[in-house]
Design a protein. Structure first.
Length: 133
């Protein structure tokens, strides 16, 4: 038997948190807190927080959060699914290496806002926070 790992693709990759080449998930609370103290930009559908890590890593990392203001568990999960989809479309091309991004859902808007518009909003927000850096 060989020790080669088969690459994870498709739905299995999404289940493991793969957002594209070089994009990872933020999992630790201190990383979310560092992003909260860094650059931020609001949009109609969500808020973006961005933090240049400066640790020499080439990975782009992204995290998602929705407070109870967004709604019950079903509404929060729906909002986070939509934020993950927007990040999956935009961050592999627009995200900067060595940066952490946190997308925060907004009450009653994130779960119903147009996905194409949210993708444009994320591109705009990224350009704004990158200009501030």
């Amino acid at each position: 038997m060989t020790d080669q790992k088969t690459p994870v693709v498709g739905r299995d990759a999404a289940a493991k948190g793969s957002f594209g080449v070089g994009v990872d998930k933020i999992r630790k609370r201190p990383d979310f807190l560092r992003a909260a103290r860094a650059l931020r930009q609001g949009t109609t559908g969500f808020h973006l927080q961005a933090n240049p890590r400066g640790d020499g890593s080439e990975a782009v990392r992204v995290g998602f959060t929705c407070s109870k203001k967004v709604g019950n568990a079903v509404a929060r999960n729906r909002a986070k699914r939509r934020l993950r989809e927007v990040a999956r479309k935009v961050l592999p091309e627009q995200g900067r290496a060595g940066w952490d991004y946190v997308l925060i859902g907004r009450a009653e808007i994130t779960a119903t806002h147009d996905l194409a518009q949210m993708a444009r909003d994320l591109e705009w927000a990224l350009s704004r926070v990158h200009a501030q850096a």
